[in-house]
Design a protein around this ligand. Structure first.
Ligand code: SF4
Length: 384
């Protein structure tokens, strides 16, 4: 005779009491997220990393949706593919690996800024490839762009932002953000494979104390090697006089549950350091901890909203395509920015783009938003 199989008791059927079952706070991520939201609602830096800021560019978006090809009001530029650090977790690591030491020639760096002014660019971020401050003219370039009325950001490892450069940046830049993700010399050296922790701390304090309107912050990339230093680092950044700290992880790579719990506990404590003059930012993905996206949009719209000028001279579809030759739409050593933007190569790359081949995209929300604005004509449109 076959053994009797014991089936588990049927789960309770959910009916109208679903509202009771799903309300309230169910776990650590939700509890920390509500605490974070309560702080952010009051804070002047609340929308510092908000993707919906794109909605403020209504005229530009309307032109794009009308079928025009306007040059983007926001651009990223990599002055150099050289870096004085060697972080193994860097998403642009391959750009400054063996054989890659490209740098935009001084004259081309400045003439690009002139072209951007003529094209109506409003914001310019000096960022990756390598460490932007390894280009000796980066501060000059920021001052030139700021002199044209552009808002300039700088993302840097901080080691080359000495007091003299910091004083100039504090006047010219809109923001400077240090990638600073340890609270001890040992951890910093292990992560960045360079021994300049003390210099970075003093550079941060000098920049924060300098005279000028620039916002000063830090970005803390959380990983297995530094999660224990989340709270002491946040305290250090606050004590240095910075305006904010931002916590993040790789987008699209969920933390394993045990590490996620430890990280959330640390973030919970770090949030207690927030006050009107110092904001503690936590990327949404740290709460969601998701590893996939449902990309329902017909094409990538964001590639038309912002572009990237690489230190190798290539213009890339977007920041996340920087390391992928398939994302190259033209070269600034051969053409002007305007020619590239309207050129056949860019059109072919955009038309050939397969979203399945794109990484987990940090611009997913913006793509959904533009898709909706462009395609909404649905039945029942008056119901919401
Ligand atoms: S990763 Fe793909 S979908 Fe995302 S912005 Fe770049 S090209 Fe567009």
């Amino acid at each position: 005779m076959l053994p009797l199989i014991q089936f588990p008791a049927p789960a309770r059927m959910v009916s109208e009491d679903v509202a009771d079952i799903t309300s309230g706070i169910h776990g650590l991520a939700e509890r920390v997220a509500y605490k974070y939201a309560a702080i952010e609602r009051q804070h002047r830096f609340r929308f510092l990393f908000e993707p919906l800021r794109l909605l403020m560019e209504q005229g530009f978006v309307a032109r794009y949706l009308a079928g025009e090809n306007p040059f983007p009001p926001s651009v990223e530029i990599d002055p150099a593919n050289t870096c004085n650090h060697d972080c193994e977790f860097c998403i642009y690591h391959s750009l400054h690996g063996p054989g890659r030491r490209e740098r935009l020639p001084d004259e081309r760096l400045f003439s690009l800024i002139d072209e951007l002014r003529d094209l109506g660019t409003k914001s310019l971020l000096f960022v990756g490839g390598g460490e932007p401050m390894t280009h000796p003219r980066t501060v000059d370039a920021i001052e030139r762009a700021a002199g044209y009325g552009m808002s300039c950001g700088l993302v840097t490892n901080g080691s080359l932002v000495d007091a003299a450069r910091g004083a100039r940046l504090k006047q010219a830049a809109t923001y400077v953000r240090f990638s600073f993700d340890a609270a001890s010399r040992e951890t910093h050296r292990a992560l960045h494979r360079h021994d300049d922790f003390d210099r970075i701390v003093s550079n941060l304090a000098a920049l924060a104390a300098a005279d000028g309107p620039c916002t000063v912050g830090t970005g803390y990339f959380i990983n297995e090697g530094n999660w224990r230093e989340i709270v002491p680092n946040a305290r250090m950044v606050k004590d240095a006089g910075a305006h904010y700290i931002q916590f993040k992880t790789y987008s699209g790579l969920a933390l394993d549950p045990a590490l996620h719990k430890r990280v959330l506990e640390q973030l919970d404590e770090a949030l207690d350091l927030a006050e009107p003059r110092f904001d503690v930012h936590i990327a949404d993905r740290l709460f969601e901890n998701q590893a996939f996206q449902v990309r329902g949009y017909s094409r990538c719209h964001f590639q038309a909203m912002k572009t990237v000028i690489g230190a190798d001279g290539w213009l890339y579809l977007c920041a996340q395509k920087r390391t992928n030759p398939a994302g190259r739409v033209g070269n600034v050593h051969e053409q002007t920015l305007g020619e590239i933007w309207d050129g056949v190569r860019r059109r072919a790359v955009v038309d050939g783009l397969d979203l399945v081949g794109c990484p987990y995209c940090v611009h997913d929300r913006q793509n959904k938003m533009i898709e909706f604005l462009g395609h909404f004509g649905a039945p029942h449109r008056g119901f919401y």
